[in-house]
Design a protein around this ligand. Structure first.
Ligand SMILES: [Mn+2]
Length: 279
């Protein structure tokens, strides 16, 4: 049996299974290297928009199987819906065994409040979304509906669906401003609502940053994606970290500045990961 790294919470998003951009093999290697208590799938995991292409290789199926195996082994799997998998929103608040499907999630994490959502509800208009989101759960559901309607109208007009992440990826004019507005609005909402952590995805920009304004502060976290960045968020030893597959696969993750706080068995796990070969 291979030693796996223990993680209290692992968060991945924007995997886009079913598309050519998805790096399922790398993700599988990553998932095989961890032993999470909770696995949060923060949206756009299966890209249902693109299903017509009938592209679904074995490695993509293996990712799904791995997630099911996690659930069978007692890992709490929470699937938060995104825009590319919005069809699953029909099943929101459904729980099957250890897997639950939700639109958003609030967690108590060692006495701190964490707010999790994919983030596409801020697409239609970041500024308008801000006051709507203030309406709490109701506003959030309204935003999901508005986005769906916008995309429905666009498709009826023969236009492409609105995709903020695509705009950013293609470097459309103002992309940098999109990113900073997105991060700023989400952090402001989190501060206003008293969340210590706000965890999202959607824009494929991994980030961990303390955001502060006159009302308080929050930690903004974005899990990035498995299309370009190959990143995840991990909570362990009472802190968050961005796992970056490209850098961290070759070195014992956590084993640098964290060594002092680690238990011997965790340390061994961190070191043995170097020799781990893909299943
Ligand atoms: Mn998305």
């Amino acid at each position: 049996m291979k030693t796996k790294r223990k993680v209290e919470i692992a968060v991945i998003s924007d995997v886009h299974l079913g598309t050519y951009g998805c790096h399922a093999k790398q993700l599988l290697t990553y998932l095989n290297s961890i032993n999470p208590k909770k696995l949060i799938l923060n949206g756009d995991i299966v890209d249902i928009w693109q299903f017509s292409k009938r592209y679904f290789p074995k490695s993509h199926l293996k990712v799904i199987k791995k997630i099911m195996d996690f659930a069978a082994d007692g890992v709490e799997v929470i699937y938060i819906t995104g825009n590319h998998d919005e069809m699953l929103r029909k099943f929101s608040d459904t729980t099957i065994g250890n897997i639950s499907i939700v639109d958003k999630l609030v967690l108590d994490i060692d006495g701190k409040k964490g707010w999790f959502f994919h983030g596409d509800v801020f697409d239609i208009s970041i500024q308008n979304a801000k006051w709507l989101a203030k309406l709490g759960g109701y506003g959030y559901d309204l935003l999901i509906l508005l986005n769906r309607m916008t995309n429905w109208v666009l498709s009826k007009m023969g236009k492409e669906r609105y995709s903020l992440s695509k705009k950013i990826k293609n470097g459309v004019k103002g992309a940098v401003k999109f990113i900073s507005d997105y991060e700023k609005v989400i952090a402001e909402l989190a501060i206003e609502n008293g969340y210590d952590y706000v965890v999202c995805g959607h824009i494929h920009q991994p980030k961990m940053e303390i955001k502060e304004n006159k009302h308080g502060k929050t930690m903004y976290l974005n899990s990035g994606d498995w299309v370009e960045n190959f990143t995840a968020l991990e909570y362990q030893f009472k802190r968050w970290k961005i796992y970056n597959y490209s850098h961290d696969k070759l070195s014992p993750f956590f084993a640098d500045e964290d060594v002092k706080e680690m238990e011997v068995k965790d340390l061994i796990a961190a070191i043995t990961i170097v020799d781990k070969t893909q299943k």
